[in-house]
Design a protein around this ligand. Structure first.
Ligand SMILES: CC(C)(COP(=O)(O)OP(=O)(O)OC[C@H]1O[C@@H](n2cnc3c(N)ncnc32)[C@H](O)[C@@H]1OP(=O)(O)O)[C@@H](O)C(=O)NCCC(=O)NCCS
Length: 162
């Protein structure tokens, strides 16, 4: 088991959009960058990202954030159908239980809203984590984006199985 950090999981607060972008972009570049071509990383986390677009997205999605001390170190989204998206923990905090804490919050929210099955499109980078969280692969997708391999996995977890 991970040692764990004193981590607060809560909904994001208006005004935190840029800090959440930093978590997303840093993790995408450093962690997913190990598994995907730089062209793909730049597409997913562009240096010139329109922050207004990002701000609107965050306001709409209302993600959970993980906070350690004063720092936002992780994010996770779940919609009303049980689809998980944008699940990221800063590289320097990975392996400390932050992702597990975010997943617990997401699952609690799913149960609270009557969702019985979680689904996610999961990167090569995060597949092992989702498996550790009890998800199984339902489809392996050999995507090609910008001419580069961009595989991901459709994964699912029945909450009743907990
Ligand atoms: C995937 C991610 C969110 C996991 O967050 P984390 O804070 O490192 O996860 P935790 O420390 O809570 O790990 C929980 C368990 O999963 C396991 N785990 C984590 N990442 C793993 C991996 N890549 N492969 C296998 N197991 C993994 C841990 O060993 C741990 O098991 P334990 O409780 O028995 O020790 C984080 O590594 C990340 O942001 N990755 C890159 C971004 C990404 O690809 N996001 C998903 C987009 S679909």
């Amino acid at each position: 088991m991970s040692a764990g950090l004193p981590t607060v999981i809560r909904r994001y607060r208006p005004g935190e959009e840029d800090r959440i972008w930093d978590v997303y972009a840093t993790t995408t570049r450093e962690s997913n960058g190990r598994d995907y071509h730089p062209d793909l990383i730049e597409r997913w986390a562009p240096r010139n990202k329109d922050r207004n677009v990002w701000q609107s997205r965050i306001r709409e999605k209302n993600p959970f954030v993980a906070v350690v001390g004063e720092a936002i170190v992780g994010m996770a989204e779940i919609d009303r159908s049980g689809a998980i998206d944008y699940f990221y923990v800063l590289p320097r905090l990975q392996g400390c239980g932050v992702g597990s804490a975010l997943m617990a919050a997401v699952q609690e929210e799913a149960r609270r809203t009557g969702v019985s099955t979680l689904v996610a499109d999961v990167s090569v980078t995060a597949k092992g984590f989702f498996e550790a969280m009890g998800f199984t692969v339902t489809e392996t997708r050999e995507n090609v984006i910008l001419g580069h391999p961009a595989p991901n996995f459709a994964m699912t977890k029945a909450l009743d199985a907990l």
